[in-house]
Design a protein around this ligand. Structure first.
Ligand code: CFM
Length: 472
């Protein structure tokens, strides 16, 4: 039976359609977990809301942009400081949070005036910042505040500022995935093509779907600089608002996270004829393959080979040191979706690890197609997993280590299973060659942390014996 009903799901048997166990001898194309569907009542989802997908994942990464959240203060607070995407201008994006702080009376009488006042206040407070994203949230979308009209009015009164409005309240979709989509499409239709970039190289590209988690973008940038490729826009790691308005001038769109940002790459192709090239940026084999593909596009294969050779000389021995000590480790990966298919084969090939269970919060059908194709037999593939399922799966597959977020991570720690932050990383970056050595190091450190052994020791036995001995 490839689809699995776990014991804990006996009262929500529909969950069977969301859990797949790949077994020998079947055509895996026949079995795909249901995904990107509304969470079932009765299951405690780990998902985020659609607003969060727009703000926390994509927009909030930009380094020079005020993120004005039109809603109750909680929407702003809860999407602030929960993600680690540094910037090279002193982390402006992570220092501040902006909210219109909607209260009951504003819901009753409308929040447009309040929004206008907040936008002006924010620009007055920060005279060096001239760019802003405005987001609606559940309450302000429900009452129908016209944020576009407000943004237009402010822009006409302040000609030096530019504002992008993202109307993606939390309820707009079944998960954060909807927010990615709305932001991608809004941006390409309203802002791309409104700034002309300065071209400094014969070779230009957009780098799409990398959010500079703990410096990923900055690490990969060293490669593009060595190869002589100009990145017109980073969508959105360490990126600027105006760079993203110039995406239409790149010769190529390179896509890492196809889930969150494939939409804009498709539109760039449709509207501007820019080809899309999908790559994986985690792992030695994948990174080398990515560099080869990009260099082949530009006809600079020699430069690519030289770069790969240099990086292998520098980092491969370090990777192998960890591989020697990690091979045979059983790993579970419970993140958003794409990292399942990005990582399953890379940890297997580069670290000798065996991935035994994978859970995706919001992946779509295509994500499950990719991960099941790349993943092993005997592995569980779960859509929108809940806490009880996680515990039952742990019993079934007995992982040695789990890549997941702090919420689930802190839970599994109580079972004395080490976890590595698969979202914001422990000590990243994790992309590229150097980054994958960091991932290996964090995995090794988590596995061999002596604290785990101490935490698993039941001190009551030895203590009581000592007391007995003292009493004698
Ligand atoms: Fe793309 Fe991401 Fe991810 Fe994602 Fe995310 Fe993320 Fe993720 Mo957390 S954009 S889909 S919505 S790779 S925040 S940086 S780690 S769940 S697998």
């Amino acid at each position: 039976m490839p689809m699995v009903l776990l014991k804990c799901d006996k009262d929500i048997p529909e969950r069977e359609k969301h859990i797949y166990l790949k077994v020998d001898g079947e055509d895996s194309r026949d079995f795909l977990p249901v995904s990107n569907a509304a969470t079932l009542p009765g299951t405690l989802s780990e998902r985020g809301c659609a607003f969060c997908g727009a703000k926390l994942v994509i927009g909030g990464v930009l380094k020079d942009t005020i993120q004005m959240i039109h809603g109750p203060v909680g929407c702003a607070y809860d999407t602030w400081h929960t993600k680690r995407y540094p910037t090279d201008n002193g982390h402006f994006n992570m220092k501040y949070v902006w909210s219109t702080d909607m209260k009951e009376s504003h819901i009753v009488f409308g929040g447009e005036k309040r929004l206008e006042k907040s936008i002006n206040e924010a620009f007055d407070e920060m005279p060096d910042i001239k760019r802003m994203f405005v987001y609606t949230t559940c309450p302000t979308a429900l009452i129908g505040d016209d944020v576009k009209a407000v943004a237009k009015k402010v822009m006409s009164e302040r000609p030096d500022v530019d504002i992008f409005t993202c109307e993606c309240p939390g309820f707009a979709g079944v998960s954060q995935s909807k927010g990615h989509h709305v932001l991608n499409i809004g941006w390409i239709n309203e802002k791309v093509g409104t700034v002309e970039p300065v071209i400094t190289s014969k070779y230009t590209m957009n780098f799409i779907g990398d959010f500079n988690i703990q410096g990923d973008t900055q690490l990969l940038n060293q490669y593009w600089e060595k190869l002589g490729i100009q990145v017109i826009a980073h969508f959105t790691g360490n990126g600027t608002y105006d760079d993203l308005r110039a995406m239409h001038r790149a010769q190529l769109s390179v896509v890492n996270c196809a889930r969150s940002s494939g939409y804009i790459a498709n539109e760039l192709k449709k509207q501007y004829g820019i080809p899309r090239l999908d790559i994986d940026s985690w792992g030695f084999n994948y990174m080398a393959e990515a560099i080869r593909k990009i260099c082949a596009f530009f006809g600079i294969e020699d430069r690519g080979e030289a770069l790969i050779a240099d990086e292998y000389t520098k980092w491969k021995p370090k990777l192998d040191w960890y591989k020697e000590r990690l091979k045979g480790t059983k790993m579970a990966i419970w993140t958003g979706g794409p990292r399942l298919w990005h990582w399953t084969k890379s940890v297997e090939d580069d670290l000798g690890v065996q991935v035994v269970a994978m859970s995706s919060k919001f992946g779509h059908q295509e994500d499950f197609e990719k991960v099941i194709a790349r993943g092993k037999q005997g592995t569980y593939y779960i859509d929108d997993g809940n806490e009880l399922e996680f515990f039952e799966i742990i019993e079934l597959v007995k992982p040695d280590i789990i890549f997941t977020g702090p919420r689930v991570g802190e839970l599994v720690k109580k079972l004395h299973i080490p976890y590595v932050n698969g979202h914001g990383y422990h000590n990243g970056p994790y992309m590229g060659f150097e980054g994958f050595v960091n991932l290996a190091r964090d995995t090794y450190n988590a596995m061999y942390n002596p604290l785990l052994k101490l935490a698993a020791t039941d001190i009551r036995g030895p203590v009581s014996t000592r007391f007995l001995e003292a009493a004698e």
